[in-house]
Design a protein around this ligand. Sequence first.
Ligand code: ADP
Length: 298
Amino acid sequence: TIIVVGSLNMDLVVRAPRHPQPGETLIGSDFQTFPGGKGANQAVAAARLGARVRMIGRVGVDAFGEALLAAAQNDGVDTTFVQRDPDHPTGVALITLDAHGQNTIVVAPGANMQVREADVERAEAVFAGADALLMPLECPLEAVMAATRLARKYGVKVILNPAPARPLPAELLAQLDYLAPNQPELQTLAEGEPDVAAAIAKLRQQGVQNVVVTLGEAGALLVSDDQSVQLPAFQVPVVDTVAAGDAFVAAFCVALAEGKPPREAVRWGNAAGALAVTRAGAQPSLPSRVEVVRLLEV
Ligand code: ADP
């Protein structure tokens, strides 16, 4: 079992000829809604890869919340511990796509920022017997810390995807099994250090045991006490890179949870990330286990 503590957002997408100026109203088209949020994306990604997934989070008592729970459940994610928050709306992302496919995004996290320590503690029984805890950073730090503490108590591996990046307490860094940022997030966490190796060294000095950095089309770099390896990306036609990072960390986590060695888990991450960039959108682009296994065999 994999536990995901994280966000659920409804993505509200419109196309426009260009991005509006302040005070301007533009006529757009093709309004669509998509289930999203890094937490939900990672939970769905792990479920499609064959893991049993239980999610901890919050949505509002509104239609978007209802739809997000249904979508996650439809992909096999157990949402028993996703609370309905009576006082805050479901998180949304307002996304405008211009004619060139460039987007602007405004996220209103709503209920996601109300996930409390108590929400995590209510799910304590879930940690006993779980294999891995996967977390992006779209929920309050108190929830992330509480989940990390319970994971340590029950011997559950902790993988933190620090997205969006923000400064993290040393106490948290030291308790992670894996920190899994992309390159910009790594730089932010390492106080702006632009060199990847130097940034990783800095974080490891702060107590992080293992780091996996995703490097887009350059694959991913794994650094731990006993190895430092860069594993190349799979060569694929790129359609859109949305959710590549979510696919990567979910597959990495699923492989680790199954007891595969870290290096093999990085290959799983690369395969899932590559498949996600061959298709449009976030959750629609997340691959199945069969697809990942097939790509790993070539
Ligand atoms: P994020 O989506 O968080 O910015 P990256 O761009 O680093 O993260 O992508 C995550 C992973 O997805 C990479 O480590 C790689 O495995 C895969 N990936 C991303 N872009 C490509 C690409 N152009 N070709 C093949 N694989 C890719």
